[in-house]
Design a protein around this ligand. Structure first.
Ligand code: ADP
Ligand code: GLC
Length: 480
């Protein structure tokens, strides 16, 4: 049995701020259980809902020296859908209403988490062959495995993988601070190791020291070798390209299944969507106070409201977009400027725009099911899960051709009758508008064609099957 430990800062169903949680929570279930024992470790945040916290059981605790003090490290456990989740407890670090907040404190918090996570392994008696790290919050782990945790039998053969879900966030502060939090010697703070542009960089540590690096789509794996997408680390990505591969994300096909989804008004499938899907549109319109009109072209957005997601393009052409032959439904939270922009347009075009500035799992499902099209014009997108959810629900994605969006949405070709969505290449508001208008034209004027796009969208398979195999191959290769 090969033992794998996922270490990350979030995982569904316990705590989620974005797609990282979906991946860390759903991928472990999809490995071959005969050969792989995959477990997950995340912090025990105070903001994890009580319904989950109350079900965790105490495993053990110990004290660890960190920043000159002896600190409590509690270990809790919960087996969810056959997967063992471990939770690292320390109330002074994992407090607050959200997993992340203050940049500076987050660096201290996750440096602590990296050290506590590795120190906890001998205590619980789980000795993974591979520690699979995710994003900057766990970037110090591959470094520690080559450094202070190297000696002794327990850790000496442990391999590490780091998956980059978003290169934009790297865990950066001045060298002195990162050195203090990480407790690593001077040796590590040179430009070929944890130093980048004179600062300390935790993700860079992970990328330099991990035995393998993955990112969440093939296109993003190529893009990050270029200055535009490389966030200052494109040189390093080129240098490490031999150890870097793209493995596209999947989604949980049980959780996101229009045939069994309990959040939606009318369940449907690839055979009966022509008749049934529209019932979800009507109840969505009703619930959100939009005019109920089953013929109207309804476009949905479910997203963190940040620059990454292309909202400045939308802002640019919002007036042109909001014609009376369409409705736009937004669900998201994030940058105030975008929250307020959507609130403004909701006020201005109340019969066409519905801005829902909050986080809601049920509402997201209703939007994936009830809309005709799903808009995601990202500036960059390592993978993107929302468009995969839209495909699964037969809601036609309109995307910019970048990262995982390019790899998962095949553009409609009306002459060959192929494609699962609509896309545009340049980061340009009118190009986006052009795609949206083209989609709307097909929807209103070539309904049979539109339905065939849905047929093809719903026939795609972005469950974890194929990608979990690729991770298994990677683990096999690493373990040898
Ligand atoms: P990212 O991780 O960059 O935010 P992804 O597309 O990979 O983007 O994943 C986003 C995930 O978060 C999806 O599961 C999406 O449904 C969910 N999500 C984003 N905003 C909200 C919201 N306001 N309410 C409910 N779910 C949301
Ligand atoms: C990040 C990326 C997103 C990706 C997700 C899961 O949040 O922004 O594109 O789908 O991680 O890998």
């Amino acid at each position: 049995m090969k033992k794998i430990l996922f270490v990350a800062s979030e995982a569904v169903p316990f705590i989620k701020t974005g797609g990282l949680a979906d991946v860390v929570g759903s991928l472990p279930k999809c490995f071959d259980k005969e050969y792989f024992d995959v477990r997950v470790m995340i912090p025990k945040y105070l903001c994890i809902k009580e319904e989950w916290r109350s079900q965790m059981t105490y495993v053990n605790h110990f004290y660890m020296d960190y920043l000159g003090q002896s600190r409590y490290v509690g270990i809790l456990q919960y087996v969810y859908e056959g997967i063992t989740f471990y939770f690292i407890d320390n109330e002074s670090y994992f407090c607050g209403p959200k997993p992340y907040g203050d940049w500076y404190f987050d660096l201290e918090k996750f440096s602590f988490f990296c050290q506590a996570a590795l120190s906890a392994l001998p205590v619980i008696g789980f000795q993974p062959d591979v520690v699979h790290c995710h994003d900057w919050q766990t970037g110090l782990i591959p470094v520690y495995l080559k450094d202070r945790f190297r000696g002794g039998e327990f850790f000496c053969n442990m391999k590490s993988v780091i998956t980059i879900h978003n290169l934009k966030f790297q865990g950066v502060w001045d060298v002195k601070t990162i050195q203090r939090f990480s407790g690593l010697p001077d040796y590590y703070f040179t430009p070929d190791k944890l130093e980048a542009y004179k600062d300390g960089n935790m993700l860079k540590g992970g990328i330099v020291y991990a035995d393998a690096i993955t990112t969440v789509s093939n296109t993003y794996a190529e893009e990050i070798k270029l200055p535009f997408y490389g966030e200052g680390l494109d040189g390093l990505m080129r240098a490490r390209s031999g150890s870097l591969r793209g493995i596209v994300n999947g989604i949980d096909y049980d959780e996101f299944n229009p045939e069994t989804d309990k959040y939606i008004t009318q369940q449907y499938n690839a055979k009966n969507f022509r008749k049934e899907k529209v019932k979800n549109k009507k109840s969505l319109q009703e619930e959100l106070g939009l005019p109920v009109d089953e013929k109207k072209f309804v476009v949905g957005i479910v997203s963190r409201l940040t620059d990454q997601k292309g909202f400045d393009l939308i802002q640019c052409v919002m007036d042109e977009m909001c014609t009376d032959d369409m409705q736009l439904v937004i669900l998201g939270t994030g940058d105030e400027k975008y929250e307020n922009m959507f609130r403004h347009y909701d006020w201005k075009y109340h019969d066409r725009v519905s801005a829902n500035i909050y986080y809601s799992e049920p509402m997201s499902h209703k939007i994936y099911a009830g809309c005709d099209a799903f808009l995601m014009p990202s500036l960059f997108e390592p993978c993107g899960l929302s468009q995969l959810m839209a495909l699964r629900y037969g809601t036609v994605p309109i995307v910019r051709e970048t990262g995982g969006l390019k790899d998962t949405v095949q553009p409609y070709n009306e002459y060959e009758s192929t494609g699962t969505g609509f896309s545009f290449a340049n980061y340009n508001a009118h190009e986006m508008l052009g795609s949206l208008q083209y989609a709307k034209y097909i929807y209103y004027n070539k309904k049979r064609e539109w339905n065939k796009i849905i047929d093809r969208a719903m026939a795609t398979d972005y469950s974890w099957n194929t990608s979990a195999m690729k991770y298994q191959e990677l683990y096999d290769w690493l373990i040898g």
